[in-house]
Design a protein around this ligand. Structure first.
Ligand code: HEC
Ligand code: HEC
Ligand code: HEC
Ligand code: HEC
Length: 207
């Protein structure tokens, strides 16, 4: 008697599990199918994931806390500074409205200003200004641990490991309304965020 009841209960439970598995598969693989189709359509795009995806690994002192160094630099304020009185007066002279809404300012004061939505994941925030990916390239595909520690794989997945002058002058050029002469050698010193040699040694040791 007891056995039959629990047998029935079990069948009901198995039935439910089967039902939910099918439902889950439909929703989950259905979504993947759509994402996949999207990726195939645009062939080989790397998506922007935002600075918080780098913070996870790049905020320990051991690795050199690149995240905090960037956070303390003017690049992290590039978007919020567009709300300053100075920004508004520049915009007014140029005959444009809110600088935080104008592509004529956002092109240099944010990351991925020209990227469309499929190229950006939901963790990305425009308000974080000139982020890691402005200089190092969109990070979705290189920021996995196994890829990051392999320079060749990382490069193939879109990483610009050591951005040079050509990256900087896409923004530091005379079409900036406040342009100050840019000198790579001098100016890169102001934003340096190197990985300590000690980390590279011990990290290799752990592999
Ligand atoms: C899962 C952890 C992890 C995440 C997430 C991550 N990194 Fe890294 N990254 C590392 C480690 C570890 C190294 C050091 C590799 C080495 O030198 O051995 C590294 C190295 C680098 C380097 C130097 C590469 C070289 O060859 O010198 C750059 C640049 C970099 N990361 C940028 C980023 C950016 C930008 C993001 C976010 C989009 C990011 N990383 C996300 C772990 C991570
Ligand atoms: C071509 C890229 C570019 C464009 C377009 C651009 N900026 Fe900038 N902006 C920069 C750079 C680079 C700096 C750093 C200083 C410089 O000009 O060399 C800067 C600095 C500033 C500063 C000074 C921040 C501070 O307090 O030190 C303000 C304000 C500013 N920009 C406002 C604007 C406004 C408003 C617009 C749109 C009308 C705009 N910018 C368009 C690249 C640009
Ligand atoms: C996507 C555009 C962009 C790129 C790429 C970029 N910057 Fe900037 N940079 C800015 C903006 C905008 C500011 C001003 C931010 C603010 O003060 O609000 C700035 C400010 C600076 C400043 C402080 C202002 C000054 O002139 O002293 C330095 C230093 C600097 N950048 C160095 C670099 C270097 C070096 C590179 C290349 C490795 C680089 N930037 C790449 C947009 C950019
Ligand atoms: C304005 C451009 C710019 C931004 C923004 C930027 N970087 Fe870099 N990054 C560089 C340049 C240039 C270098 C190479 C400089 C050098 O060591 O000579 C570099 C080097 C690195 C390295 C390797 C350092 C080494 O010792 O080889 C790591 C790791 C790194 N960046 C991570 C990050 C992370 C994480 C962020 C965001 C939190 C970030 N970067 C934001 C320009 C940038």
């Amino acid at each position: 008697m007891e056995n039959r009841i629990s047998g029935k209960k079990n069948r009901v439970r198995i039935g439910r599990i089967a039902y939910f598995s099918i439902l889950f598969s439909l929703v989950f693989f259905g979504t993947i199918g759509v994402i996949h189709a999207g990726v195939n359509d645009t062939a080989q795009i790397h998506r922007y994931v935002g600075d918080e995806s780098c913070e996870v690994c790049h905020s320990s002192e051991r690795i050199g806390n690149q995240f905090q160094k960037w956070k303390n630099s003017p690049h992290s304020r590039a978007y919020s500074d567009l709300s300053s009185p100075e920004a508004h007066s520049i915009a007014e002279k140029m005959g444009i409205g809110d600088p935080q809404k104008s592509s004529r300012c956002l092109s240099c004061h944010t990351t991925a200003s020209k990227a469309s939505l499929p190229e950006i994941t939901s963790s990305f925030r425009k308000s974080d200004g000139v982020q890691c990916e402005s200089c190092h390239g969109p990070g979705e595909d290189y920021s996995r641990y196994s890829t990051m520690i392999d320079p060749h794989k990382a490069k193939e997945s879109g990483l610009v490991a050591a951005p040079g002058q050509e990256t900087c002058i896409t923004c530091h050029n005379p079409s900036s309304p406040t342009y100050k002469k840019f000198d790579y050698k001098r100016d890169v010193q102001k934003i340096l965020h190197r990985v300590p040699a000690s980390f590279r040694k011990t990290n290799k040791g752990e592999e």
